[in-house]
Design a protein around this ligand. Structure first.
Ligand code: BGP
Length: 475
């Protein structure tokens, strides 16, 4: 593990892992090639804000996405040009186990990720693999109601074991579930739970969460048995929640909102249900089925590091009617002191420093920022070297956030790395559109699916290359 810099100047540790992040369903396309089964994403045509259909529809951009499945070599070469040290991607569960509950994996799916890893190795880029990033096989959603069914633990164990056996010598850093706390808000997307949100009981929801946590611990056990050098992380959707006013009732409301997210980290890191969560469950009349074997797994196979996505913060109040904030899968109350992106996500670089300090103080585990970035409507213009995007707004957003990361490092927080979200333009999770772009690399595809899929370097491409080359000194 890298040690935090003792220098009070804003320095990043030596060996800091600079890079970018993606997810299979948002980049790969090839949704039915080489034996891949359907995933929940393939039937979510217009993003998470509309209910799923029964079948893939042609207006689902994710079916072809940005065609990374065929263009991975070209794309990884571009990432290498920026000097990436690490690339976060997910493995599509339904490429490996098309239905999710079969006993034998799909060799063609496994071979694809071999090729991706070959390419990364060629460029000296470290892989960071998410095992489950909103891609539950659709069959598991339809037949088992996703993670509400205990049998998913076994299916996930088999899937994870297959990955660790195949790639465990090549991949050191793994994440079990992307933004595991998001299941509270988007049970179908996040947990493959087919029962509509308004009919899903809290009993079933919390039981599903329990199953995911046990599965994560089981995967951690298997990984360490296969290769003790593997590092397993949990992944939390971090949305710091501030009290809207100093009224103690607002302070308590904000604390409770934060705990809804902390609970997942507490279980992953401490391996036990925290008292405040037990009380919430009691108050809701929920009695979870937790076996002795579950308790042992949770306690004995905790994570090696904690990763997080960070885009924004919100406020909470118990005392007044306040305008709702919009945000990444969860709302909250708008903060009058902050500006927001075009999608209403409130921009709060200092909140990242606070979050990193809070997580470090609470869990004492190395942290990895595996998502951060600005979704924006980019405009392609002619530049001296061909088409480009003058995305100074993105540079400003990332620069401000990275300065806060450096502050946290100076505060003594151990930060392993930073992978900006959507380092190459991809299909947005919440809108299922291309027009909400995050990348350093522009991909020529519009919301109607038109475009050549050509890749163009944005202004931020050169900026990030300089940041990496100077290990953050040019921020
Ligand atoms: C996170 C997800 C990502 C990604 C990101 C940006 O919640 O892990 O998959 O999509 O948010 O969200 P969006 O695409 O909705 O702007």
């Amino acid at each position: 593990m890298t040690a935090p810099s003792p220098d009070p100047d804003l320095r990043f540790p030596g060996g800091f892992l600079w890079g970018g992040a993606t997810a299979a369903n948002q980049i790969e396309g090839a949704y039915n090639e080489d034996g891949k089964g359907l995933s929940v994403q393939d039937v979510m045509p217009r993003g998470i804000l509309t209910p799923p259909t029964q079948v893939p529809t042609p207006d689902n951009l994710k079916l072809e996405a940005i065609d990374f499945y065929h263009r991975y070599a070209e794309d990884i070469a571009l990432l290498a040009e920026m000097g990436f040290k690490v690339f976060r991607f997910s493995i599509a569960w339904s490429r490996i186990f098309p239905l999710g509950d079969e006993t034998e994996p799909n060799e063609e799916g496994l071979a694809f990720y071999d090729r991706v890893l070959d390419e990364l190795e060629k460029h000296g880029i470290e892989p960071l693999v998410t095992i489950s990033h909103y891609e539950t096989p659709l069959h598991l959603a339809r037949t088992y109601d996703g993670w509400t069914d205990r049998r998913l633990i076994g299916f996930f164990e088999r899937y994870a074991r297959t990955l660790f056996e195949r790639y465990g010598e090549r991949v050191r850093y793994w994440l079990t579930f992307n933004e595991i706390n998001s299941v509270l808000h988007e049970p179908f997307l996040s947990g493959g739970i087919a029962t509509p949100k308004d009919r899903l009981s809290e009993q079933d929801l919390y039981q599903a969460i329990h199953h995911e946590l046990v599965a994560s611990a089981a995967a951690t056990r298997i990984a360490h048995e296969i290769n003790p050098d593997i590092r397993i992380g949990c992944m939390i959707l971090a949305v710091p929640t501030y009290p809207l006013t100093p009224d103690p009732r607002d302070v308590w409301a904000a604390k409770q909102a934060e705990r809804a997210n902390y609970a997942f980290g507490d279980l992953h890191v401490r391996g036990e249900y925290p008292g405040y969560l037990l009380r919430t469950l009691r108050d809701k009349g929920i009695e979870l089925e937790i076996t002795e074997a579950d308790r042992v797994l949770l306690r004995e196979h905790t994570v090696d590091f904690v990763s997080l996505s960070y885009y924004m913060s919100v406020c909470e109040t118990a005392t007044q009617e306040a305008p709702a904030g919009r945000g990444n899968l969860m709302g909250g109350v708008a903060n009058p002191t902050l500006e927001a992106s075009d999608w209403g996500w409130q921009i709060d670089p200092a909140g990242l420093r606070t979050t990193l300090n809070d997580y470090w103080d609470r869990w004492g585990k190395p942290l990895f920022i595996v998502e951060n970035g600005l979704g924006a409507r980019d405009v392609l213009v002619d530049g001296p070297d061909g088409p480009t995007v003058e995305d100074d707004y993105r540079i400003a957003y990332m620069n401000d956030h990275l300065v806060q990361v450096a502050q946290a490092v100076a505060d003594g927080v151990e930060v392993l790395g930073y992978t900006s979200w959507g380092c190459i333009d991809l299909v947005s999770a919440s809108t299922a559109q291309m027009s909400k772009r995050y990348g350093f690399i522009y991909v020529d595809r519009d919301d109607d699916g038109n475009g050549t899929l050509a890749r163009y370097r944005k202004k931020s491409f050169g900026w990030y290359r300089d940041v990496i080359a100077s290990n953050g000194a040019c921020l």
